[in-house]
Structure formats: structure tokens, C-alpha cells
Write a protein that binds this ligand. Structure first.
Ligand code: PLP
Length: 369
């Protein structure tokens, strides 16, 4: 019998290509039957989670038969102190990824358009298509957002613009003045979501915290995550700062217990761990230098050297990726982004960076294609 399922699925979902995450460490271990794997593929913190977060999890009540506190009370209290914002302006999510979907649920109907730049973080297009709205991709300028072009593409149906600052996978970023001018020029019927997943890694004076503009622009939302420098990607916690009005709507569609108890406790503790933060930053700065020099010696370069990853143009990305996998090293080929000559490499620990550079050096000897 002919299946009816295909004719029933909503069009946005039918054309959806699932997000391709970095290969999990355990998957490669099983495939190659090896024990040592170096994963530099998903921009995770190589230092690991904050010891304070681990300790808080150890100490927490194991009463897992009770539901978590849906409002994430303690976590929001801490976030409110850290960001000097009212708790009513905070929305917590099962990763910032979940919050993107919540924003669309609240504000985007099927005739509306959601905009992002070419090479923008893939989650925006996926969330939009899953929501069955129209995704508008604006051609990039020098791998980054062409803010002028984005402004030109706004029409009465444009509802949300997603901007990752800095962007993953290109590492490109928008400076304070450019962001402010852009926010000023965006009409008030368009929400601007600035995704600051790498905020804590950004040490450049000219890099803006978009949350500083919240009082000025009612249509602004800023997302953050515990998946990157806080080292809690596996627990899934992110949050959004916005006006209290927007946060109120977001919290109406939030699944009642979206952030689990373990994640709430760990994230709250991680926020207070200055030592872990400083150590992670320092490890990243040194690792970035090490990789930058090593890559330069190979005659290669990265689009940018921001946050905790490099986006390196190489002679044959697919072949190099495959050969690295054979050696137990996972990086991220960017073919799904239409960047067939680039590999994204997460800054690892000194030893991990060394292993990668040695492997790349040995590959240099062999033919790439
Ligand atoms: C890693 C990353 C995130 C984090 O997503 P979570 O769902 O919070 O893990 C968000 N945005 C960008 C651009 C990222 O690179």
C-alpha cells in the first residue's frame, strides 16, 4: 500500500536537513575499535566542566522522582546578579537551541520570514524550517554578515533576524558601533536575536555585549549558553536576556520543565567559578596561538582567530577529515555549510593540539587527492 505519510508532512519539515553534529567520541571508538580519541569538532571546552559544577551535582539531592523547579529560580537569581538584569528579563532553555524555537513559536507565523546570513550557524535555518516559516539567507560579505544587505532585504513579513556574534563556523564578528547602527536601522516589527554563545571568550575591546543595548531596543533578544566556556554542553542549558515583555511570552510557550534539575544546579555553580573561567580562557589563548602558528607553518590560515575555534582553508578538506578520523582525531568538515574547502578546528589542550598538528604534518607528505 502507498504510504500517505509524505503527503501529510508540513513543507518546511519535508525540506529539512537534520543538523550534522560533530562525530561523537564513542561512535569513532566503536568504529575503529580504538581507545584514544581527540575531539576538536564541536567547540566544547577542553578543560572540562567547572569543578564547582561537578561538586554541586555530587552534593545535590538525588530526589529525582520530583520534578525540577520549572522556573529555574536559583539559576535565574544568579544570572540576574551576573548581568545586572531583572529576573523577569531572563528565559532559560534546554540549550540556547531550544530558545530559538521558542522565539519562533511566539512571534513567527507561516507567512513570516526569518533572516540570517549565508554561513550563519545552521540551527537558525533548521528551527525556521521546522516551524514551517520562510528562511531568507542573505549572501555573506567576507564570510560575515553583510548588515547593509540584510537591512535591504527586510520587508513587512520579516519577523526575526538571527545574528551569531561571533559567528560559528566562520569566526567573523560585528563591532560595537556597527551593531548599534544596525539595531537603530532595523524597524520595530523585526526582532533581532544576537546569539552570544562565545561571549565569554571574546576579549577584544571593540566586541559588544548586545545586552548593553536592551534598554534602548525593545525588539532585541540576546542568547547565551553554558555549552561553551562553562563546559556543560552535555547538560543542555542556555538562556536569553530580553525585555520583560518578550520574556513573558517566551515563558508561556516554554515546556514546563525544560531545564532539568542537574543542569540547573551545575549551571548555577559554574557561574560562580571564576577560577575555572580564568583557566579556560588562558588555556584557550595559549592553544589558539599554538594552533595559529602550527597552521601557518603548514602554509594555511584561518578566516578569523576569535573565540575557541579556527576555520582553516585546506587543499582537500574531505580527504584530510577522513585521514584524521583514521588517526582518531575528529574535526569538523564544513561541507554542510557550503564551505567545501574548510575545516573547523576547536582549540584543544596543548597535548591535543600537538597531536592534531603532528597528524596534519604527516598528512602533508601524502597526496591529498
Ligand atoms: C555552540 C553554539 C550554540 C550553543 O547551543 P546550545 O544549544 O546552547 O548548546 C549556540 N549558537 C552558536 C553560534 C554556537 O556555536
Amino acid at each position: 500500500m502507498q504510504s500517505k505519510i509524505e503527503s501529510m508532512v508540513v513543507p518546511g519539515v519535508a525540506e529539512l536537513k537534520p543538523y550534522q553534529p560533530g562525530k561523537p567520541i564513542e561512535a569513532l571508538k566503536r568504529e575503529l575499535n580504538i581507545h584514544q580519541v581527540v575531539k576538536l569538532a564541536s567547540n566544547e571546552n577542553p578543560v572540562g566542566p567547572s569543578p564547582k559544577a561537578i561538586e554541586a551535582i555530587r552534593r545535590m539531592s538525588l530526589d529525582f522522582h520530583f520534578y525540577p523547579e520549572g522556573s529555574a529560580y536559583q539559576l535565574k537569581q544568579r544570572l540576574s546578579e551576573v548581568h545586572q538584569r531583572d529576573v523577569t528579563q531572563i528565559t532559560t532553555g534546554n540549550g540556547s537551541d531550544e530558545i530559538f524555537g521558542m522565539i519562533l513559536k511566539c512571534f513567527v507565523q507561516s507567512h513570516h520570514e526569518v533572516m540570517a546570513s549565508q554561513y550563519a550557524f545552521a540551527a537558525y535555518a533548521i528551527a525556521t524550517k521546522a516551524h514551517n516559516a520562510k528562511f531568507v539567507e542573505v549572501p555573506a560579505k567576507a564570510w560575515g554578515c553583510d548588515l547593509e544587505a540584510m537591512l535591504h532585504r527586510i520587508n513587512e513579513n520579516t519577523r526575526v533576524i538571527f545574528i551569531a556574534n561571533p559567528n560559528n563556523p566562520t569566526g567573523t564578528w560585528i563591532d560595537t558601533e556597527s551593531l548599534r547602527q544596525f539595531l537603530k536601522a532595523v524597524p520595530s516589527h523585526v526582532l533581532v536575536v544576537v546569539d552570544q554563545a562565545y561571549f565569554e571568550y571574546m576579549q577584544t575591546a571593540d566586541y559588544p555585549n548586545a545586552a548593553d543595548f536592551l534598554d534602548e531596543f525593545e525588539n532585541l533578544l540576546v542568547t547565551f549558553t553554558f555549552s561553551k566556556i562553562y563546559g556543560l554542553a552535555g547538560l543542555r542549558v542556555g538562556y536569553c536576556l530580553s525585555s520583560a515583555k518578550i520574556a513573558d511570552y517566551l515563558n508561556r510557550v516554554r515546556l514546563p520543565f525544560n531545564v532539568n534539575q542537574v543542569a540547573q544546579v551545575a549551571a548555577t555553580a559554574a557561574l560562580g567559578d571564576e577560577e575555572h573561567l580564568a583557566c579556560s580562557l588562558q588555556t584557550n589563548q595559549q592553544g589558539m596561538l599554538q594552533l595559529r602558528e602550527g597552521i601557518a607553518q603548514l602554509g594555511w590560515s584561518s578566516i578569523e582567530y576569535t573565540a575557541n575555534f579556527l576555520t582553516v582553508e585546506v587543499p582537500n578538506a574531505q580527504a584530510i577529515d577522513q585521514q584524521l578520523l583514521q588517526q582518531g582525531i575528529i574535526v569538523r568538515p564544513l561541507l554542510p555549510y557550503g564551505m567545501s574547502n574548510h575545516l573547523r578546528i576547536t582549540v584543544g589542550l596543548k597535548r591535543e593540539n600537538e597531536i592534531l598538528l603532528n597528524a596534519l604534518n604527516s598528512l602533508k607528505e601524502v597526496q591529498y587527492d
